[in-house]
Design a protein around this ligand. Structure first.
Ligand code: ZN
Length: 435
């Protein structure tokens, strides 16, 4: 089975997906819209699990699980072949709005923000920022969640002029409490953020019961490079993997296969994954278990299915930086547009072992895309991701992988324009392995 994805289509598709997904909630909404359009049926977690094989998805806040068991015999013996799971995360480092954000200083209206995740603080300076998020609104039927995405440039964290700090180019010090507050207006009185949020979701200020609102850079994503070889965009970590995983699932949906293809998109990866919907939660195991039980299988069948399952956990990978080549392992250089990246760390910051590597290598071979291998320098600490957690929670063979990028955790990141197509191809082959 050959999975071919057009380079230009996927690069453009990635740009549109990223720009439409300023928050994890919007990423899930965007994915849900694409799945619905392809015939996937939404499942509410509070409803009985569907017993009829088919293509479904479930959303838990900023996390989403989608699967298609229409091609497999869901009951008992069929699931002995297990699941093929591709994982990614929907959240990215950003500045999030505090509960009591309004205050003034020196004639400015400021908004209190709290950094979320390990952001490169300097990259948020002097950027035009917008607001988007989820709001809990009082209704007669109880609290209701509403999303908003305000496309306007509303905020800016202004950098201090060089004349007032001559040492700034040698050493930039940013205090997370003092120096990251965005301005969003002028005047002696504080603005009313609650009223603003109410306007955005069509509610009276008194009916705004809570919010998960965050800032995002409003500059649209763009192609970059002499020949457009690159994509400059925010949130590529990890919306680039999220996008490719969904494209791959849509490609294999409806095709008969021995394993059931599953895509899981987690929120909260950037802050440790310990939440009701993060990778440490029940969001993935509960779906896999309910899938087996609803198909007529037993709890024993569930554990049998897990034992045969392979999980590919995707998070972006560090391409070799031309200005800092010494930060990279000399024998494991990673090239932009050089293909998907397998990540290995013997201290288990990545879950990959030789069995997982085999599954991922075969998928790349099947898709006809080159594969690269990342190892961090032995004298540098290694980043981590949700692969080891998912492996521990499920007991399934797990492989960590990514796509090459620069400027990870910057407000504006950089990836290859050719990589999204190969990435989606490799993941489609992983979800539906030949033979
Ligand atoms: Zn990531």
């Amino acid at each position: 089975m050959v999975h071919s994805f057009d380079i230009e289509t996927e690069a453009q598709g990635l740009v549109e997906f990223v720009d439409a997904s300023p928050t994890p909630f919007h990423a899930c909404e965007q994915v849900a819209a694409r799945l619905r359009q392809a015939g996937f049926t939404p499942v509410a977690e509070t409803d009985p699990f569907p017993t009829r094989p088919g293509a479904y998805f479930l959303v838990r806040g900023g996390s989403l699980v989608a699967w298609d068991n229409s091609g497999a015999d869901a009951a008992g013996a069929g699931l002995a072949a297990g699941f093929r799971v591709v994982g990614a995360h929907t959240d990215s480092p950003n500045l999030r709005i505090k509960p009591r954000p309004d205050h003034t200083r020196a004639g400015w209206q400021l908004l209190g923000v709290e950094p979320y995740g390990g952001l490169l603080l300097n990259s948020w300076l002097d950027r035009d920022l917008g607001l988007a998020g989820r709001v809990a609104v009082r209704t007669a039927a109880g609290p209701q969640s509403r999303l908003f995405h305000d496309p306007r440039s509303l905020l800016r964290v202004p950098q201090l002029a060089i004349h007032l700090d001559r040492s700034v180019n040698d050493r930039l010090e940013l205090n997370r409490q003092l120096h990251l507050e965005p301005v969003w207006g002028l005047g002696p009185a504080p603005a009313d953020f609650r009223a603003y949020v109410g306007e955005q979701v069509g509610a009276e200020p008194a009916d705004v019961l809570g919010w998960d609102v965050m800032t995002y850079p409003t500059e649209p994503s763009a192609r970059l490079g002499r020949h457009g070889e690159l994509v400059a965009a925010p949130r590529l970590d990890n919306l680039a993997t999220t996008y490719a995983a969904v494209r791959a699932l849509l490609d294999v949906a409806g095709r008969a296969g021995r394993q059931v293809p599953v895509v899981v998109l987690f929120d909260h990866e950037e802050v440790g994954s310990m939440s009701e919907r993060g990778a440490m939660s029940t969001v993935l195991p509960s779906v896999l278990e309910r899938l087996v039980l609803a198909g007529g299988g037993s709890r024993d069948d569930y554990w049998r299915a897990l034992a045969a399952t392979v999980i590919a956990s995707g998070d972006m990978a560090h391409a070799t930086h031309p200005n800092y080549v010494d930060r990279h392992e000399p024998e494991h250089q990673i090239a932009m547009n050089g293909g998907p990246v397998l990540k290995i760390n013997t201290n288990l910051r990545y879950a990959t072992d030789s069995r997982g590597e085999a599954a991922f290598r075969l998928a790349c071979e099947q898709a006809g895309v080159p594969m690269q291998t990342f190892v961090v320098r032995s004298d540098l600490p290694c980043g981590s991701t949700v692969g080891p957690m998912t492996a521990a929670l499920t007991g399934a063979t797990t492989v960590d992988f990514g796509a090459p990028m620069l400027s990870m955790h910057s407000a504006r990141e950089l990836c290859g324009a050719q990589d999204p197509a190969g990435y989606a191809g490799a993941l489609a082959a992983f979800l539906a392995p030949a033979g």
